[in-house]
Design a protein around this ligand. Sequence first.
Ligand SMILES: [Zn+2]
Length: 297
Amino acid sequence: MADQQGPEHEVPAGRWQIGDVTISRIVELQAVGGLGFILPMATEEVVAPIEWMKPHFMTDDGELIASIHALVIDTPSKTIVVDTCVGNDKTRGIPNWNDRQGPFLDDLATAGYDRTSVDTVVCTHLHVDHVGWNTMLVDGEWVPTFPNARYLMGRTEFEFWDAEEEDRLNAGVMDDSVRPVVEAGLVDLVASDHVICDEVRLVPTPGHTKGHVSVEISSGGDRAVITGDAFHHPVQIQNADWASAVDFDQGASTATRQSMLEAYGDTDVLVIGTHFATPSAGRIRSGDDGHWLDVGV
Ligand SMILES: [Zn+2]
């Protein structure tokens, strides 16, 4: 999760083609600053000299920019929404996450996806900013936003949160955004390496949470990966040992980041960051200062 406190700003749509698969980004909010709690080592003095992060991921002054968005993976056989942001009408402790009244569903429809057309929802993990639009408020009840979808959740992840109701970071989230879809019979608990369809599969990337997964897409010789919160911000591509303060197991999250850099670095794999600000995707390259993200613009 990202701690979004700064001013929101307008962002353009994002869309990528991976062989026969189209991936579309639906932004709920982007903000400057507010990552100090998540990445306390990324002070403005330390990060301001990292030139490749400007202007997309950081201001000239070293303020980090972050995003909360969903990604729609449109394959020949499936319409998959990966992560469902913060949601509307939810009671939350962070001011611009609380009681939101955002146009997310309109933006989803504008991108070509009415909520009833979605057949699969994937939650990379069950934090507050990844499950919000699992449900929507109708006549005082939380009902599934995607009534025709199977909601895929990692079994390890679900069972952890199912037993951890009191977690400070996730207070109320299970009750308003997870249990209603379970009770509607729409949830499939799956293995962390579950294969969704020919082009899309989950890969285990534990550490941020116990059962965290990322999503790999492969079609026609093209490949992409959706990071989830294995990386909160591109600055962790250069500093893989900068674990997030909210990582469940910082040693494991660092090991996961290092293995992802090994797997995707200096390849053609398009890396799409779940909290990376516009343009939100690029290719990992290595240089004298270690790894960096080449967004091609
Ligand atoms: Zn997150």
